[in-house]
Design a binder for this molecule. Structure first.
Ligand code: MN
Ligand code: MN
Length: 463
């Protein structure tokens, strides 16, 4: 009798060490790999927040969502921030369930006066967006995607990259000459912000004059897009890796691709919303912008957009809300901050504390608190909400693990969680773990992607 109890306790302790690829049926393996194919196609089509929002607006419409539906609502904000809202079995004033991911990714933005010529070469000045290791972006294939507002406030979409037959690089210095200019410097200074300039041309316009290479580039931009130099001032042009998402490994068990933080959660949450049975609570799949630069701005989580969406949903689903009703609704609500965690990279063991770190291939990571040293700037979920989420995941036999972002004194980071918590609702971070997060080519596990989708679907159905 006594021994049996000990065995049971041992089994419980092993939870954290459960692995996704073990004891897998052939059917489930097929599902995992099939889902990853769909995911890679999504990553390749959509590399910016605008593209991702447009893609899921269209996909939602195919699933019966519209801007004036009485059960499946689309609420969009400036083309960069989106809510898909599905009516629940319970009335909306009993609270909503939110799965909030972000669709902006670390990248390099063009400056407003980008084009210049130096030493017979044309370049674009840039200013990077979000927390990148700048040296990772030198001498890799890059492409430009974005929007230019021309004279008369006409919107032109620009896309120059792999599919259009031209890529760009940020040229680095050859090792033969880098002894003083780079080799003795700290990693963040090896490539400076201003040296993150994009090489865009080398062929002069025929004739006499100054800056003829630059002039030739302007001529081509004008011919192809009707753009003049001043138009670039009113543009949002994003430089993103021109590398297709690919299977990683001889066993093809992983996906390497750009922008998986956090489009992996955007993809998993939206697909879960489409596939879920009737949601228990009214459910909002929220795509935030500006998360990588602190969530401020009109399209960031720290704006009033969520509130507008909830009022709209209440009206559409036949409940009218006053201000107190809204605050009551928010306090009864619960959210998953659907964002990625940093999986243990065994090449850099010193930054992780293994009992609380997350591992690739061990399922969705439930992160009770974020922030940094001393839990500053954190959302720290209530034990009750952690217990509720645990219960939902365990009941459906979903593979999950707990996680933290590195050792206590090592670093840290934030998500949209604290901006949701501000409304007095329950919030916890839940998403897969990545290796090489914020790099131009991030690494995820196919089994984690699938378990994340299953977890979100369960949360939608069981709340
Ligand atoms: Mn993120
Ligand atoms: Mn991030």
């Amino acid at each position: 009798m006594k021994d049996k109890k000990i065995d049971e306790l041992k089994k419980k302790l092993e939870h954290k060490r459960k692995k996704g690829w073990e004891n897998l049926s052939a059917k489930k393996e097929k599902e995992i790999f099939g889902f990853a194919e769909q995911y890679k196609r999504f990553l390749n089509e959509n590399k910016t927040e605008r593209e991702t929002v447009l893609y899921y607006k269209n996909r939602a419409q195919q699933h019966g969502y519209s801007e004036n539906s009485s059960e499946k609502l689309i609420v969009s904000n400036r083309g960069k921030n989106l809510m898909l809202i599905r009516e629940g079995k319970k009335p909306i004033d009993e609270g909503v369930r939110i799965i909030a991911s972000h669709v902006d990714c670390p990248r390099i933005d063009l400056k407003q006066n980008p084009l210049y010529e130096d030493s017979d070469l044309a370049f674009f000045h840039t200013h990077y967006y979000g927390g990148i290791k700048k040296y990772q972006w030198a001498n890799i294939p890059l492409e430009i995607r974005g929007t230019v507002i021309t004279k008369g406030e006409k919107q032109i979409n620009v896309r120059i990259g792999e599919e259009e037959g031209a890529i760009f690089v940020v040229p680095d210095l050859c090792p033969h000459l880098s002894r003083k200019a780079q080799n003795d410097k700290k990693a963040p200074e090896v490539i400076t912000g201003e040296n993150l300039a994009l090489l865009v041309g080398s062929m002069p316009e025929q004739g006499e004059g100054k800056d003829l290479v630059k002039l030739h580039i302007l001529k081509i931009l004008n011919q192809n897009y009707g753009i003049v130099e001043e138009d670039l001032i009113s543009s949002e042009l994003e430089v993103v890796p021109a590398m297709k998402a690919m299977d990683l490994g001889i066993d093809k068990s992983m996906v390497a691709g750009y922008g998986q933080d956090d489009r992996i959660c955007a993809f998993a949450s939206a697909e879960a919303l489409f596939d879920a049975e009737a949601p228990l609570y009214t459910t909002i799949v929220f795509f935030a912008d500006k998360e990588e630069i602190g969530s401020d701005g009109a399209t960031g989580m720290n704006s009033m957009f969520l509130i507008r969406g909830i009022y709209k949903a209440a009206a559409a689903f036949g409940n009218s809300l006053n201000e107190l009703g809204l605050l009551d609704l928010l306090s009864k609500s619960g959210a998953l901050s659907a964002d990625v965690n940093g999986a243990v990279n065994p090449l850099y063991k010193s930054v992780y504390e293994n009992d609380n770190a997350s591992f690739l291939g061990r399922g969705i990571v439930v992160t009770k608190f974020t922030g940094h040293g001393g839990k500053y700037m954190a959302n720290d979920a209530d034990a009750e909400w952690v217990g509720h989420i645990r219960e939902i995941l365990n009941k459906a036999d979903i593979l999950w693990q707990t996680g933290e972002l590195g050792k206590v004194d090592e670093g840290g980071g934030g998500t949209v969680a604290k901006f949701l918590a501000r409304y007095g609702m329950n919030v916890i971070d839940a998403g897969p773990a990545l290796i090489s997060m914020h790099s131009p080519y991030e690494v995820s596990s196919k089994v984690d992607l699938y378990e994340t989708y299953r977890a979100y679907k369960q949360f939608i159905e069981e709340g």
